[in-house]
Design a protein around this ligand. Structure first.
Ligand code: FPP
Length: 258
């Protein structure tokens, strides 16, 4: 039996989010430039998308570039932009063939024009993909997203489109960049660090966290399936006590359990 056979199809995480960390350390440990780690990181993305799709995961969100990453040395930022544009353009046909739908969250206005254009083209060309949604967090941070959502909500209240007393948790979710995408069930961080780094803070309120020492460029199918199997061993209580949790509670959220 291979590892995928140990995954319980009835308790699959619908949405997996990944903080892909360790590209730089992977490269340095091998005596390479940091950029080589990012290039190898792109290959790890292809493996992760293929493995997630094979396991019938519906949404995969990858933290590719944070708001804070704009503060990295200029040549690393430029190298990352070039690499992303190259990878996206090269992979579009393969993504279409494999039913991968690309979506993107983040502050696109900060991207250089050529990167934005390439991304929009890939999003359009893959929009009918039905197997898995690959959501790329680019120029993204949770604090940026929540600030933007607050501005939009305030605008709509002032315009009279939204009543202040009607603002609920669902309203806030609707104003986030992830509107329409279920919250992550499982958050994986590679590279040995154990922090959120400003990623999907609202959406991960009830995500299960999985940290691994494996550097992102080394992450593969086996690592993804180990994370899913570990997740399936957890009891998701959503604030309740064990006795209240029925056997099939894995996919239900507190409000759905009424
Ligand atoms: C974290 O490693 C990784 C990044 C900041 C960039 C990840 C981006 C890619 C793998 C390319 C994305 C491409 C597409 C098509 C979306 P790090 O550099 O922080 O590693 P370190 O902690 O070891 O220094």
């Amino acid at each position: 039996m291979s590892l995928i056979d140990y995954i319980d199809q009835d308790r699959l995480p619908k949405h997996i989010a990944i903080i892909m960390d360790g590209n730089g350390r992977w490269a340095t440990s091998k005596g390479f430039e940091r950029g080589e780690g990012h290039k190898e990181g792109v290959r790890a993305i292809s493996r992760a998308v293929e493995a997630a799709s094979k396991a019938s995961v519906q949404y995969l969100t990858l933290y590719a570039f944070s708001t804070e990453n704009w503060n990295r040395p200029e040549d690393e930022v430029n190298g990352l932009m070039d690499l992303m544009v190259y990878a996206i353009s090269e992979e579009t046909e393969e993504l279409k063939k494999n039913g991968v739908k690309i979506t993107c969250i983040g502050d696109m206005t900060r991207l250089p024009e050529y990167a934005r254009t390439a991304l929009i083209k890939c999003i359009r060309e893959t929009e009918t993909g039905k197997c898995i949604t690959l959501n790329i967090a680019l120029s993204y941070s949770s604090k940026w997203e929540l600030t933007e959502a607050t501005r939009k909500i305030t605008d709509d209240v002032l315009k009279g489109v939204l009543n202040k007393d009607d603002i609920s948790e669902e309203t806030i979710s609707m104003y986030l960049t992830t509107s329409g995408i279920p919250d992550p069930d499982l958050l994986i961080r590679t590279g040995g660090e154990q922090r959120m780094s400003n990623f999907l803070l609202w959406q991960c309120a009830y995500a299960e966290f999985y940290f691994t020492e494996v550097y992102w460029p080394d992450f593969g199918e086996k690592d993804l399936y180990e994370a899913i199997i570990d997740y399936q061993g957890r009891e998701r209580r959503f604030g309740k006590i064990s006795e209240q949790i029925e056997l099939n509670c894995f996919e239900s959220k507190p409000d759905e359990e009424q």
